[in-house]
Design a protein around this ligand. Structure first.
Ligand code: LLP
Length: 427
């Protein structure tokens, strides 16, 4: 974690800012993002594509982190946006990302969402079914617009990641089956209001090996060639996202290897290439700060360390058994020798567990920790379950820092709720 340094006195620092100072002022739980890390990783990724001799347009997967400030930083670093809802589309526009740099993915875009995409004039819609194709074509004709369409194909390649984040095997809901794609593309090419430009693919997330990418892109290339042999034009290929990061000791997915595979499999096709990275850019840029509420001793077993952050803040450990590093914020947060403990949140679910029997420096009541690599699929997946307000968000940028979303108030949780009169004053 090059953005995180350890100072003997101040403890964990992000871009030179002691994280304990942020925790002091803002309180916990609190998300902290490093702008410098976002820029560096965005640059590293485009650098790798360039090095491989590729001209690739990069669309940040907004679902990974949709905060306006984060989107603005990435927009300034030259990224467009991959969105999956009207909300994400409008967020991206609000952050200043031009419509011409926005692509729209997703298996169930509503009519209203497609109308919005047409009205905004976004770059492309990645269509996932025959049904969606018909709906989009009809709407485009009605709106007197033309939309560039890429057909998302399901290559039936196992990305080898967690079942809940694998998207490119037959039988899951994403994309058009590989062997039906050409026929549907031919159909699309004849439909009014849309311009069939090529194919899109996204096989899953947290992919560390080259093999799944290679297998999927090889199938994609074969499809492009077959489509051209059938007399149809193909001018664009969207490679999706999926490059993984190192949460524990698994090693980080390499942008150079990814770029090399794209180059080898798709580089000679003479198409506009695009990628949709999310996690690789944003995850290592963020941490979640939390305070130990109490220690709960269990006779004969590892003690429970109960944090003030919970699964409603960071869902990944509960939902995917994901491993996140947990480190004390400063030397005074970890005074005693290591012990084995189970780190949990206070939410009323057994699944609200951040780390099962983890060896950590002994954490006393009041000690503060950083949960690492939470810049992607962290704050965006939060809920207010157990009436827990959304945590504050902070941005650090080269020694400066600023709250970019204050902690939600408890009152805000019920703002907008009404109690009907007939409940309040029964006749
Ligand atoms: N493009 C499409 C069409 C996607 O569905 C996704 C992610 C991406 C791009 C970006 O993938 P990335 O580069 O971030 O791997 N919540 C899960 C991850 C779900 C990913 C869903 N799709 C997690 O926390 O692991």
């Amino acid at each position: 974690h090059p953005q995180l340094t350890l100072d003997v006195q101040c403890g964990l620092m992000m871009e030179g800012v002691p994280l304990s100072a942020i925790a002091d002022e803002v309180g916990t739980p609190c998300w902290v993002m490093s702008a410098g890390t976002l820029r560096a990783r965005a640059q590293r990724l485009s650098g790798a594509m360039m090095q491989a001799g590729l001209s690739v347009s990069s669309h940040f997967a907004v679902k990974a982190n949709d905060h306006l400030a984060i989107l603005k930083i990435l927009a300034k670093a030259g990224l467009g946006a991959d969105v999956v809802s009207a909300g994400e589309l409008l967020r991206a526009r609000r952050a200043g990302i031009p419509a011409s740099r926005i692509v729209f993915s997703g298996v169930g875009k509503t009519e209203a969402e497609l109308r919005l995409a047409l009205a905004e004039g976004i770059a492309q819609v990645n269509v996932e079914s025959a049904e969606e194709l018909e709906i989009l074509s009809a709407l485009a004709v009605e709106c007197r617009r033309e939309m560039t369409v890429l057909l998302r194909v399901n290559p039936d390649v196992d990305a080898g990641t967690h079942a809940k984040i694998t998207t490119g095997v037959a039988g899951n809901k994403f994309g058009v089956p590989w062997d039906e794609a050409l026929a549907l593309y031919r159909h699309a090419a004849g439909l009014p209001g849309i311009r069939a430009a090529g194919y899109a693919m996204h096989i899953g997330s947290q992919i560390l090996a080259a093999a799944p990418f290679r297998a999927a892109y090889a199938r994609l290339a074969a499809l492009v060639r077959a489509t051209r042999e059938a007399g149809l034009a193909v001018s664009a290929v969207d490679c999706g996202g999926g490059l993984g990061i190192c949460y524990r000791d698994e090693g980080e997915g390499s942008p150079d290897v990814w770029a090399g595979v794209i180059r080898a499999e798709l580089g000679d096709l003479d198409v506009r290439l695009a990628i949709e990275p999310g996690r690789w850019i944003a995850a290592p840029a963020g941490v979640l700060l939390s305070t130990v509420v109490l220690r709960k001793a269990v006779t004969g077993e590892a003690p429970f360390i109960v944090l003030d952050a919970a699964m409603n803040d960071l869902l990944r450990p509960s939902l995917y058994d994901a491993w996140h590093g947990i480190v004390p914020l400063s030397p005074r947060d970890a005074v005693a020798a290591a012990e084995t403990a189970t780190i949990v949140g206070p939410v009323c679910e057994s699944g609200d567990t951040f780390a099962q029997e983890r060896v950590l420096p002994r954490l006393e009541r009041g000690a503060r920790v950083a949960v690492l690599d939470t810049g992607a699929y962290g704050a965006v997946m939060s809920s207010t379950y157990n009436a827990r307000p959304l945590a504050a968000e902070v941005l650090v940028d080269g020694g400066r820092w600023s709250v970019i979303r204050p902690r939600q108030s408890v009152e805000a949780l019920w703002a907008g709720e009404t109690i009907p009169d007939w409940i309040k004053h029964p006749a």
